[in-house]
Design a protein around this ligand. Structure first.
Ligand code: FES
Length: 299
């Protein structure tokens, strides 16, 4: 300190003041420096760093926004000039004839009658069905049912003993359907003539089941109660023969495939009645036999 106040120790670069005045000036400056410290000399005070306090991060709860459902909004008309009729319902197709009916079971009900069941088609073509028509084959006999639902035809006037099939069509205001499939085949009952004579065996009507094709059996004429031979030549082919020899009337008997006469040894073919062994010179005279409704008759 003492050294600092010595005017001789003053720096040489002070302004050129009288020595006493420079001393005062220096001294005042020194004292000022003591009072004001470094601030008087323009020193900067170090800035105290504030501790960094990290604020806790508060997580905001995630709130899911409700997803808005897409709603269909009718698109505006592509063309403002489109006419209102553009969105109208399409024109329905024109009506047509019905679909074909479904054929059912056909049954014979006698010598001249039959019934045929059918089912109405699922599609009537857009117009109500007004009737169904069944047709016989053969004969082309037609029967009409004026109705719209399934049903059964009743035929009359068929020919006895004849095989038939039937088809059915449906009719509406537009037209007629295609024909159904053909029915099962039926056979009307045979008409038994009043003059027909039943053939019996052991007192019972002789039937097809009693005689095989190619066989000949002995039977009885129910009208005269006399015997005869009945030969089955085919499924629906029959012949009858008398039981007397054409030579002199001896009694014939079935011996395998021949009808033999014990008197003089003549033999006849059991199916055709032809002489196979003499002395008989004439074949047996055939008797007309037919199967009617499964039974055998002399006709
Ligand atoms: S009567 Fe039959 S062979 Fe003479």
């Amino acid at each position: 300190m003492e050294n600092q106040l010595n005017p001789d120790n003053l720096p040489n670069n002070l302004p050129n003041l009288p020595t006493r005045r420079r001393f005062i000036t220096i001294t005042s400056g020194f004292i000022g420096s003591l009072i004001l410290g470094d601030r008087a000399l323009g020193a900067t005070k170090p800035v105290a760093k504030k501790p960094v306090v990290k604020k806790p991060v508060v997580k905001k709860p995630v709130v899911k926004k409700p997803v808005a459902k897409a709603t269909s909004t009718p698109a505006p008309s592509a063309s403002p000039s489109a006419s209102p009729s553009a969105s109208a319902s399409p024109t329905p197709p024109p009506n047509t004839a019905p679909d074909a009916p479904v054929i059912g079971k056909a049954s014979a009900t006698g010598a001249t009658g039959a019934t045929i069941a059918f089912t109405a088609p699922a599609k009537n073509g857009g117009a109500p069905i007004t009737s169904f028509i069944a047709t016989s084959n053969p004969g082309g006999i037609k029967v009409t049912l004026p109705q719209s639902d399934s049903g059964t035809f009743t035929f009359a006037g068929l020919t006895g003993g004849t095989a038939y099939t039937f088809t059915v069509v449906a009719v509406n205001s537009v037209g007629t359907s295609s024909a159904s499939a053909a029915s099962n085949e039926i056979k009307t009952l045979d008409v038994v003539p009043a003059s027909a004579i039943a053939i019996k065996k052991s007192g019972v009507a002789l039937t097809l089941a009693d005689i095989e094709v190619g066989k000949t059996i002995s039977a009885t004429n129910s009208a005269t109660n006399t015997n005869l031979f009945v030969a089955r030549l085919g499924e629906d082919s029959f012949k009858g023969y008398p039981t007397s020899c054409t030579h002199q009337g001896g009694p014939l008997a079935i011996q395998g495939k021949t009808l033999d006469c014990p008197w003089h040894g003549s033999k006849f073919d059991a199916q055709s009645g032809a002489v196979t062994t003499g002395p008989a010179g004439s074949p047996l005279t055939p008797i007309k036999v037919a199967a009617l409704n499964g039974a055998l008759y002399i006709i």
